[in-house]
Design a protein around this ligand. Structure first.
Ligand code: HEM
Length: 325
């Protein structure tokens, strides 16, 4: 028997004997990863999230965003959670991450889980679970979070700057940043729907409102009436005030974001950019007209949660999420 045939035989045999699913093995993640080692992890994480989101529902949005920012930079490996060290500024201090909030909730969930099963559950998995549970608590869908991610040991501010999509990104920039991590145009449209919850700093839209092409003008792609309302809340140079991402419904997870977009009231250029491409526009219309947004969002989140994960013996299980062991 050649070694190739032998390898195939062993692989098939392991499926038959141990009941290992090949599709689960392929990503290295599985839905029953902690069944034996930490069965209580899911309810423990959910409890921490419930307490915080019930107390302040606005925290759900930044927790979702944190998972997205983790996955797009070095994969979903918890690198966004690491603190800077002497020799290296971490992702956390890169400009797009300065507005992330909720790190203390991840730390709290990790501490609870460490008590339950020390050294077993990664920070990357905890973040993926927290994001799912937080969205669900504000009326959003729930989705499968296969687990088994391990934590990375490196976090570089420059990686965040290169790999996170910019608020002023045009369609081709967004498409290629998503394609780099294996996500499609449909994923881009559907996941942009995450902007149905949360708020943004005025500084994220200042240029759009006041100096779009360097001549003191406004982005012509933005609805004029809406821009006038935004200008009341956001004065030129304002770096502290915040505006609702999905006006009137920013606390609930629904498909209202897509009708906002259609009215040219998407907050960022990246939102407006989705109207500049036919394929993206057709997905956008589909999300608006059908009731599939919840399930589509779940599908794309599950896909996003698998980006370049570390599994097996790669990386480590951090003891504290802000520090490598
Ligand atoms: C498509 C490219 C994207 C760009 C350019 C982008 C950019 C931004 C920016 C600039 C903010 C405001 C930050 C601030 O001023 O405080 C923001 C907020 C937010 N983003 Fe995105 N984003 C994108 C995609 C996504 C995706 C894929 C998700 C989740 C799946 C997401 C979830 C959120 C949430 C929930 C907030 C509100 C955060 C809060 O309330 O603190 N975004 N985004």
């Amino acid at each position: 028997m050649t070694s190739l045939v032998m390898a195939a035989f062993i692989s098939v045999a392991s499926v038959l004997i141990f009941g290992v699913s090949l599709s689960e093995e392929a990503g290295g993640l599985s839905l029953n990863f902690y069944d034996r080692s930490c069965p209580g992890v899911y309810s423990a994480v959910d409890k921490v999230v419930r307490t915080h989101v019930m107390n302040a529902p606005s925290i759900a949005a930044p927790l979702l965003r944190m998972h997205f920012h983790d996955c797009f930079v070095r994969g979903c490996d918890g690198s966004v959670l690491l603190n800077s060290i002497k020799s290296q500024k971490a992702e956390k201090v890169a400009f797009p991450n300065l507005s992330l909030r909720g790190f203390e909730i991840i730390d709290e969930a990790k501490a609870v889980v460490e008590k339950l099963c020390p050294g077993v559950v990664s920070c990357a998995d905890i973040l993926a679970l927290v994001a799912r549970d937080a969205v669900h608590k504000v009326g959003g869908p729930s989705w499968n979070v296969p687990t088994g991610r391990r934590d990375g040991k490196l976090s570089r501010d420059t990686d965040a700057l290169t790999n996170l999509p910019p608020a002023n990104g045009n369609f081709s920039t967004l498409k290629s940043i998503f394609a780099n991590v294996g996500l499609s145009v449909k994923d881009l449209v559907v996941l942009s729907g995450g902007h149905t919850i949360g708020t943004a700093h005025c500084s994220s839209i200042n240029t759009r409102l006041y100096n779009f092409s360097g001549k003191g003008d406004m982005d012509p792609a933005l609805d004029k009436t809406y821009a006038a309302q935004l200008k009341i809340k956001c004065k030129p140079g304002d770096t502290t005030n915040r505006v609702e991402m999905d006006p009137g419904s920013f606390k609930t997870f629904d498909n209202n974001y897509f009708s906002t977009l259609e009215k040219r009231r998407g907050l960022f250029q990246s939102d407006a950019a989705l109207l500049t491409d036919n394929e993206a526009t057709s997905y956008l219309k589909a999300e608006l007209q059908s009731s599939t947004f919840s399930s589509d969002f779940g599908v794309s989140m599950e896909k996003m949660g698998k980006i370049s994960v570390l599994t097996g013996t790669a990386g480590e299980i951090r003891r504290k999420c802000g520090f490598t062991n």
